[in-house]
Write a protein that binds this ligand. Structure first.
Ligand code: SF4
Length: 350
């Protein structure tokens, strides 16, 4: 499915058995935590459908986030999903997505979701390493993740996996193993979130006592890039890296690798590595043209043109002209040797 237009509905901590060590949904989203009423759900959907959209052709997805949807009493799940049914029937909304815990699913619960318009379930897996799950107070084992994926697939639902980087007890080796195990489950999509210390979370207390040290930003970016490559090799889209920036998150942030454009930092790093490899293999005695997709211009340059400066400092831009082409496929920079060669090739690119 192409990228949807998402109508988000936050269910802060509703359905959760306890507060996981790193979590404070209220601090992250700024939502008050009051039970959202069916009328509020309906009004939110109507309001957002009425807004002008940048991509009016994008399918609309109603997403219940921020809690454990299948931990809610079944009548409450039914009440929330019922509000969306008329919008599904009229075609204004394509599908419903929910988020939940891997240990809160069984075949019957999955079938209920499927029969009520849910098409995508995102599992807050966070890690597939038992020691990390224990240290993070998750309350379930890593084995619950493949079990939940199998249950969801059995009901014909698409599956998303959310992983966190830098949780207590996680090493780089465990993060890589965890991502490889997640990729082996072939989810339909993945989200990667660096672990942040948010005020009001038990992790904030651990951090204050010195018992937890978050990843630094550079390390988190490097690790996310490494995990991104694991999923890319398995052709699994990583649809988000880093939490959605919000004033509430920024006010409640105590420590950790936060950046409002974290995903862009990761993509820039990946792009930089690709371009560096291309340029390092060139014949330095010839002129070259580096062709970059127009839409990749900002990740190629990097924040404040940091990537361009690094390439220049490495001496890799001497004799190289960069062309941003609307016809070049995204994420696939290419290097053309010689000016004539470049012009010939570019005439094909349009
Ligand atoms: S991480 Fe998920 S299950 Fe844990 S408290 Fe937060 S929303 Fe609930």
């Amino acid at each position: 499915m192409p990228s949807p237009f998402v109508i988000p509905l936050f269910l802060s901590h509703q359905g959760c058995p306890h507060q996981c060590l790193f979590c404070n949904q209220r601090g992250i989203t700024g939502s008050g935590g009051d039970e959202v009423t069916p009328l509020q759900v309906e009004e939110t959907i109507r309001r957002q459908l009425a807004w002008p959209r940048r991509r009016p052709e994008a399918p609309v997805q109603v997403a219940f986030y921020g809690g454990s949807f299948t931990g809610l009493p079944r009548a409450r799940q039914a009440e929330l999903l019922a509000v969306v049914q008329p919008f599904l029937a009229s075609g204004q909304v394509r599908e419903i997505r929910i988020s939940t815990r891997p240990d809160y699913l069984n075949p019957e619960a999955a079938l209920f979701l499927k029969n009520n318009g849910v098409r995508l379930v995102e599992l807050g897996a966070q890690s597939l390493a038992d020691q990390v799950l224990v240290a993070s107070g998750r309350g379930h084992s890593a084995a619950k993740v493949p079990e939940a994926v199998a249950v969801l697939r059995g009901a014909g639902l698409r599956v998303g996996l959310q992983l966190m980087l830098g949780l207590p007890g996680e090493t780089t080796r465990l993060a890589v193993q965890s991502a490889s195990a997640a990729a082996a489950l072939a989810p339909d999509l993945v989200r990667l979130y660096p672990c942040l210390v948010v005020a009001g979370s038990p992790l904030a207390t651990l951090h204050r006592s010195g018992a937890y040290r978050p990843l630094g930003l550079a390390r988190a970016v490097a690790l996310a890039a490494r995990l991104w490559r694991i999923f890319a090799a398995a052709r699994i889209p990583v649809v988000r890296m880093g939490l959605q920036p919000s004033p509430s998150l920024e006010q409640n942030l105590v420590a950790g690798p936060y950046h409002p454009a974290f995903g862009e930092l990761v993509l820039s790093r990946l792009f930089f590595n690709r371009v560096r490899k291309l340029l390092a293999g060139r014949d330095p005695d010839r002129l070259h043209t580096l062709v970059v997709a127009e839409a990749d211009a900002s990740i190629h340059r990097g924040q404040g043109k940091v990537s361009i400066r690094r390439l220049a400092n490495l001496g890799l831009l001497a004799g190289v002209e960069t062309v941003y082409s609307p016809a070049q496929p995204r994420q696939q920079p290419c290097l053309l040797a010689g000016r004539q060669d470049r012009l010939d090739k570019l005439s094909h690119l349009g």
